[in-house]
Design a protein around this ligand. Structure first.
Ligand code: 13P
Ligand code: SF4
Length: 315
């Protein structure tokens, strides 16, 4: 009984906070962009929910005065790069990304010197200074197509080695891998997935390409978070095992209620660090406003714009 009361009071409190955020959002002419991996209550305050690519496109298009990001820092930085005159807010500095932090500029400078004829393709999961040293960005949704569209025979792909290896399997280009990984995906274990598959033999496996190769080999479909609902809707199966961050399963249950989704997942603590009270604080005090050096914005913008231009032309 006690537990039920606590759960109910949390829900009531959330309702009040959601109302407050919606009011503040109006007052500030703000747009709230929410990544698929966020806590489910964050979906309720969103103007747009989606994957990294969709969020970048929305950040480039909006005419709001303020962009508040419920995601992680590299996403908010991308919004700032695309809309440097707008106020871009990240409710907590705990929303980093250890994968993004695995690429440092000094190292990239050295590797670029070693491979002067290689195009530098950086996953959007990088910090702004790395984007500023890159030829083009990509997301998990368009990485293969972006790499294939380049004139160079050699591509330095960073920072995720698992996604890079996946790209290598879908291109004739020589991919130089960076030794980075997302711990949320990389530590998912293929042997345990095998047990899941044996227990649920009629379920199709959908996995994020940041997972290890041995796990991707066991999957029926590999895609970024934006492609998962699309596949689940169009595929004939009723049951799916979702191999990625745990929040994705919640989102799929909302988006495709007629199908069943089982989680094979880990939680990303960075993605889960944004909460409703922190959003309220951010909208009332501008905590934490993203600011970037001008030259980083100019250079990083070229790499992001090339990606967005490619996506527009690819339809
Ligand atoms: P998507 O680009 O598929 O949305 O993934 C973002 C991310 O952080 C994956 O770990
Ligand atoms: Fe970064 Fe991995 Fe978390 Fe995505 S899931 S934000 S790549 S740590």
């Amino acid at each position: 009984m006690m537990q039920e009361q606590i759960a109910q009071s949390i829900l009531d409190n959330n309702e009040k906070l959601i109302e407050l955020v919606l009011e503040l959002k109006k007052q500030r002419n703000a747009v709230i962009l929410v990544h698929n991996y966020q806590r489910p209550e964050m979906y309720r305050i969103a103007d747009y929910i989606g994957d990294s690519l969709g969020l970048s496109i929305k950040a480039a298009e909006t005419d709001a005065d303020v962009i508040l990001f419920c995601g992680v820092k590299f996403m908010a930085e991308t919004a700032k790069i695309l809309s440097p005159k707008k106020t871009v807010l990240l409710p907590t500095l705990d929303a980093g990304c250890s994968l993004a932090d695995m690429a440092a500029t000094e190292r990239l400078r050295d590797v670029k010197e070693k491979y002067p004829d290689a195009a530098v393709v950086s996953y959007v999961n990088t910090n702004a200074d790395i984007k500023a040293m890159s030829d083009i960005c990509c997301t998990s949704a368009n990485a293969v197509e972006i790499v294939n569209s380049l004139p160079n025979k050699k591509v330095l792909f960073l920072p995720d080695k698992n996604l890079g290896r996946y790209v290598q399997q879908h291109t004739d280009k020589e991919i130089i891998l960076w030794d980075g990984y997302c711990f949320v995906h990389d530590k998912l274990n293929a042997n345990i997935l095998m047990e899941y598959k044996q227990r649920y033999p009629d379920a199709k496996v959908i996995a994020h390409p940041e997972c290890k190769e041995e796990l991707l080999k066991l999957s029926d479909h590999i895609c970024g978070t934006g492609g998962m609902a699309k596949f689940a809707k169009s595929d004939g199966s009723k049951n799916f095992i979702i191999v990625t961050e745990c929040g994705m399963t919640e989102k799929l249950r909302e988006d495709v209620p007629e199908k069943n989704f089982l989680s094979f997942c880990n939680i990303c603590p960075y993605m889960k660090s944004t909460t409703l009270p922190l959003v309220v604080r951010s909208l009332t005090t501008n905590m934490h406003e993203i600011s970037l050096p001008k030259q980083i914005i100019v250079n990083a913008r070229k790499a992001i714009d090339r990606m967005l231009e490619f996506s527009k032309n690819a339809g």
